[in-house]
Design a binder for this molecule. Structure first.
Ligand code: HPA
Ligand code: ZN
Length: 341
């Protein structure tokens, strides 16, 4: 790869808008937390666990991802996990992260909602004070569960309303369309929560349209299958709906056979507000900069200008206020000025 492009990508300030905090749990930390909590794991050692990260589709990943998350028990566990991610993100010049968490994965094991929020809040405070990194939380509903369970989770989260800005929808997409959650998302909007949803990762383009129409999603997570529907592509471009694309995830989960098959260049050329993100970096082979670098290395039609556009898009697609966005764009301008193209 062109060393100038590599240096630019590394140096660019960026926002990460699609990262599941449970997907940042590295095998080393899974084993350390299991030991601390007196839990036994179905894998004898770290290498065996890592070797199991050979996924054939979304569900084969989710089975291992939920099993890994089962070591999280105490507020300290959630703090340690999030703090490890935030330090790693800082090293990639992430200046702002809007972080997903899956409370239902934990409450089903008897972990109180307050434990999750307390641990994540402590890591977020440290990131603000020690790293100068701003963060927000987005609470995801597991779409393989029922809407009633989502409503119960929402109710349970309301004492902590000040700690999260929005809601999302994740887990197994096929057979779990957005319409299943139309009422709970309507309630979330009434409560002033921002709304995003995973759609068009494994599910059809119609799920992207229904996430927009029925859930009123402000961003689409993944959304890469929009490429199959020209009218939808035109709509996403006209509305400037952000897509939070996760290239390494797409290859690992076999949405695309290889990175060279990824449609990110076509999405950008169609005028979509695409961003690059890491999704579940501990499972998919890299954090945000590695996602940029592997994507750009495999797709030579992507240019330095595209890297800058992707970073700019990440700020514009964030839920930060306009004054903050303006400051980030100025920081980005200063970095670009130091990197002659
Ligand atoms: N898709 C759906 N659910 C998820 C993902 C994903 O990529 N990562 C964690 N939960
Ligand atoms: Zn995701």
């Amino acid at each position: 790869m062109n060393p100038r492009l590599h240096a630019l990508i590394t140096a660019l300030p960026k926002a990460e808008l699609h990262v599941h905090i449970e997907g940042t749990l590295e095998p080393e930390l899974i084993f350390a937390l299991a030991r601390r909590n007196g839990l036994s794991l179905p894998y004898p050692d770290i290498d065996t666990l890592r070797a199991a990260y050979a996924f054939t589709d979304l569900q084969s990943f989710l089975d291992i991802y939920y099993a890994g998350a089962a070591v999280l028990r105490t507020a300290q566990d959630f703090e340690d996990m999030a703090w490890a991610y935030l330090q790693r993100a800082k090293a990639d010049n992430v200046v702002h992260a809007e972080i997903f968490f899956d409370p239902q994965t934990h409450t089903v094991r008897g972990v109180p909602m307050a434990t999750i929020f307390d641990g994540l809040a402590r890591a977020r405070r440290r990131a603000r004070d020690e790293l100068g990194l701003s963060t927000q939380l987005i609470m995801c509903f597991l779409r393989h569960l029922s809407e009633e369970e989502a409503f119960a989770t929402l109710e349970d989260s309301l004492p902590h309303r000040a700690h999260f800005i929005g809601v999302g929808l994740d887990s197994g997409e096929r057979g779990n369309p957005p319409e299943k959650f139309a009422r709970v998302f309507a309630r979330c909007r009434e409560l002033g929560l921002r709304v995003v949803a995973h759609a068009g990762e494994e599910g059809p383009p119609a799920y992207i349209a229904s996430a927009l129409d029925l859930l009123k999603a402000e961003r689409i997570d993944h959304g890469v299958r929009a490429i199959e529907d020209d009218a939808l592509l035109a709509r996403l471009a006209a509305q400037r709906t952000p897509l939070t694309v996760c290239p390494l995830s797409n290859v690992k989960l076999r949405v695309f056979d290889t990175m060279a098959d990824h449609t990110l260049p076509r999405l950008l050329r169609a005028g979509l507000r695409a961003t690059i993100n890491s999704d579940d970096p501990a499972y998919f082979g890299g954090y945000i900069n590695r996602n940029f670098i592997e994507t750009f290395a495999a797709l030579p039609e992507l240019t330095c200008e595209d890297a800058i556009t992707l970073a700019r898009n990440s700020f514009d697609a964030s839920f930060a206020d306009d004054a903050q966005k303006t400051r980030w764009h100025a920081e980005l301008d200063a970095v670009v000025a130091r990197h002659p193209l």
